[in-house]
Design a protein around this ligand. Structure first.
Ligand code: ADP
Ligand code: ASP
Ligand code: MG
Length: 428
């Protein structure tokens, strides 16, 4: 792809879409319902699945009504997608959803078997059987309704209910999937619909960290993060929670506990903002993503451009307009639709795939000046150039060269002293 010069300056927009209303079935007395979600690494093999079954059984034996939401085993969603591409260069979206929804069903059926062996009743349900109704957008469907009757009946029958994550049934009766990482959203939607006491997201790290612990080994586990901060963290690349899951949690007041499958340590609570969260640390974390392309477009006004991109289902992130040039970023996964929309418009356009985005997020930024100055000074000292800068009230995001991303994350993490114990907000 041709390289395009990209300018600094401008303001990003980050629009959170409304999520559907959920009817809580409080008449059934859902006291003590817990939703426990386990990610791919947590169910990666038979032994891990058996361990997950034991965790679910312990929660049941402690007196809870237990709903488990499971992801596909290990990398199996990636494997299924790769398989589809071996058979077809452009897999039909409906059939791709039929295929990749299978991984979560496998995990749930196996976990149900393991739970039976532990002497408890369990039932596995597909997203459709669990009453998760979505719109008709294959590959990134949105939940429009949760009809939880079947889950309630199974819980009333004293069973542990296992729901296949990441999927639902559309209003046109087709199987849909909720986008990568979508099992998080299944779990939160069910927690909201069931009026659950808690929604626990079990994963392969101990919580939400001040940066991806795989890149910054000195990153600290955050004790508590507000919904707004977590929205920005998730939107800007902290893939530990799917963005839509956080939106759902915020809109339905579901408190989330992100924690490790492999230990009993307390993890990170995602909940309403609390002044104590901001007392010690202005910044909650530094995130990064490589999964965006940056487009430069000329010869079109913003209104028709973004109308067309929206129509094509492209999730535009940063937008910068300077004179008759518009620069925007969009997910690499939406690359085909974006290119098709730009071709349809007949505009002069180019795209860059050699940039990554590094963001500094923190609710304390609203009331503390000088955060931008400190970030840019640190990047400057490290010899890292920023290509596009965008902000929200609680975020500063910089596109930098891909090769500089990891160094930029480490530099900003150090500049805001996020490896200090105070960064954890352990008092909250
Ligand atoms: P799961 O399969 O359990 O859903 P994911 O792979 O989706 O797990 O998310 C967990 C991963 O998110 C971690 O292994 C970690 O590398 C990555 N990650 C990125 N940023 C962060 C962060 N700020 N805090 C914690 N984990 C992060
Ligand atoms: N298995 C799906 C994925 O890999 C959904 C999930 O794990 O949340 O994206
Ligand atoms: Mg995930």
């Amino acid at each position: 792809m041709p390289e395009a010069p990209v300018q600094s300056g401008g303001v990003a927009t980050l629009e959170y879409e409304a999520v559907p209303a959920v009817e809580r079935d409080e008449a059934r007395g859902p006291l003590g319902t817990v939703v426990m979600k386990f990610g791919g690494t947590s169910v990666a093999g038979p032994e891990r699945l058996k361990e997950v079954a034991r965790r679910l059984v312990s929660a049941r034996e402690a007196g809870n009504r237990v709903v488990g939401v499971l992801s596909a085993m290990g990398e199996s969603t990636d494997d299924l997608i790769a398989l589809a591409h071996q058979v077809s260069s452009r897999p039909v979206a409906r059939e791709l959803d039929m295929l990749i929804s299978v991984g979560e069903r496998i995990s749930c059926a196996l976990a149900a078997m393991a739970i039976h062996d532990l002497g408890h009743e369990a039932i596995s349900l597909t997203g459709s059987q669990a009453g998760i109704v979505t719109d008709t957008v294959h590959g990134k469907a949105k939940i429009v309704e949760v009809r939880a009757r079947r889950i309630h009946e199974a819980l009333d029958d004293d069973r542990i209910v296992l729901v296949a994550g990441f999927q639902g049934v559309s209003t046109a009766y087709d199987v849909t999937t909720l986008g990568r990482g979508g099992s998080d959203t299944t779990a939160v939607a069910l927690a909201a619909a069931l009026g659950a006491e808690s929604c626990e997201i079990y994963t392969d790290v101990e919580g939400v960290f001040t940066a991806d612990p795989r890149i910054v080994p000195s990153a600290r586990k955050l004790h508590a993060v507000s919904y707004d901060e977590m929205l920005e963290l998730a939107a800007s690349g902290a893939k530990v929670l799917q963005l839509r899951a956080v939106e759902f949690a915020r809109n339905h007041h579901v408190r989330l506990h992100v924690r490790s499958t492999f230990s009993d340590a307390a993890g990170t609570w995602i909940r309403e903002e609390d002044e104590r969260m901001l007392e010690k640390a202005i910044i909650s974390g530094v995130t990064h993503t490589y999964e965006e392309l940056v487009y430069r477009v000329r010869g079109v006004r913003p209104a028709p451009l973004f109308a067309d991109l929206a129509e094509a289902g492209v999730n535009v992130d940063t937008i910068v307009q300077t004179g008759d040039e518009i620069v925007f970023s969009a997910p690499a996964d939406d690359g085909t639709q974006t290119a098709a929309a730009l071709e349809r418009l007949g505009v002069d356009w180019s795209a860059r795939d050699d940039l990554g985005k590094v963001s500094v997020v923190g609710a304390g930024m609203k009331s503390h000046p000088g955060v931008a100055a400190r970030a840019f000074a640190a990047l400057d000292d490290a010899g890292i150039d920023t290509e596009i800068v965008s902000t929200s009230p609680i975020k500063i995001a910089c596109h930098v060269r891909r090769d500089d991303v990891e160094r930029a994350v480490a530099t900003l993490h150090e500049a805001f002293e996020l490896d200090a114990p105070e960064a954890e907000r352990a008092h909250a």
